[in-house]
Design a protein around this ligand. Structure first.
Ligand SMILES: Nc1ncnc2c1ncn2[C@@H]1O[C@H](COP(=O)(O)OP(=O)(O)OP(=O)(O)O)[C@@H](O)[C@H]1O
Length: 250
């Protein structure tokens, strides 16, 4: 594959994701062109098997950073190197077809919200990413069923459209959709916010399993009990420094 976004010489790092000196500001055109600088030189490297927690006060830029890592937001400057297959690609420079391939194979994203298409059953919604990767429908559905069971999503809901699901049900569907694929990188934006204690515990287990398989995770969790258990490091916004969590997490 040739692309201007591919590093000409492999970056000397074993990180799966490397955000380098990101700057991002919002210009509020409808409000007198006010400029809101949000990311001011944010950097982060994440290696296989690591989970980095994004922390900081409300409005400090955690979600903006996360959305930039998924190229939902375009940064003003800086680079986001991602190991995609054998290549390292800069997400800030890549072509739309490369971004699609990266989202299909390399970076998974669990957002707080589920975009649902009316009339498509939950099982199909969750199995879609696996089928897009070429897995046959029956195997994809089996994989999703086992995640639905682990996440205690009642079987009577599997054939229903998730439009009427509760917040926690939608969230578990979102988790099954992203966790069914073996993404090398997973971005988790409050994946446990709407869950009860038992299901939170399941998500913690699923995250631990991903780490053991060498996945690099970046997460926003308001629940301290969760991030203390799954996190290796904390990137603090508003201060922009990193703290290692207890040795037991390393
Ligand atoms: N699309 C946007 N347009 C304009 N301003 C935005 C946009 N998205 C975020 N902001 C602003 O950027 C700042 C950072 O927002 P962001 O959502 O990244 O914070 P956060 O740390 O994730 O907050 P919270 O913990 O409350 O979710 C806020 O001041 C917010 O108003």
């Amino acid at each position: 594959m040739t692309s201007t976004a591919i590093s000409p010489s492999p970056v000397s790092t074993n990180s799966l994701l490397w955000a380098d000196n990101l700057h991002k500001r919002f210009i509020l055109h409808a409000q007198g062109g006010i400029c809101l600088p949000v990311l001011k030189g944010t950097s982060l490297k994440v290696k296989p098997g690591e989970c980095v927690i994004l922390q900081g006060p409300s409005g400090s830029g955690k979600s903006t950073f996360m959305r930039s890592l998924y190229a939902n937001y375009r940064v003003d400057s800086g680079a986001i190197w991602v190991k995609h297959g054998e290549n390292r690609i800069d997400l800030t420079q890549c072509q739309p077809h490369e971004l699609m391939a990266i989202r299909q194979k390399t970076i998974g994203y669990v957002s707080q919200f589920l975009r649902v298409i009316p009339r498509v059953p939950a099982l199909e919604v969750a199995a879609e990413p696996l089928m897009e990767l070429g897995l046959e429908a029956a195997a994809a559905r089996d994989n999703v069923r086992s995640l639905f069971r682990r996440l205690n999503l009642p079987e009577r809901l599997w054939s229903l459209s998730p439009t009427t699901f509760s917040g926690g049900e939608k969230q578990r569907l979102n988790i099954a959709r992203a966790f069914s694929v073996d993404f090398p990188i997973l971005l988790l934006d409050e994946p446990t916010a709407a869950l009860d204690a038992a299901n939170r515990e399941v998500v913690i287990e699923l995250i631990e399993e991903k780490k053991a398989r060498g996945c690099a995770l970046i997460g926003i969790f308001h629940d301290e009990q969760v991030w203390q258990r799954v996190g290796n490091r904390v990137l603090t916004f508003g201060r922009e420094d990193e703290t290692a969590l207890g040795e037991s997490h390393e």
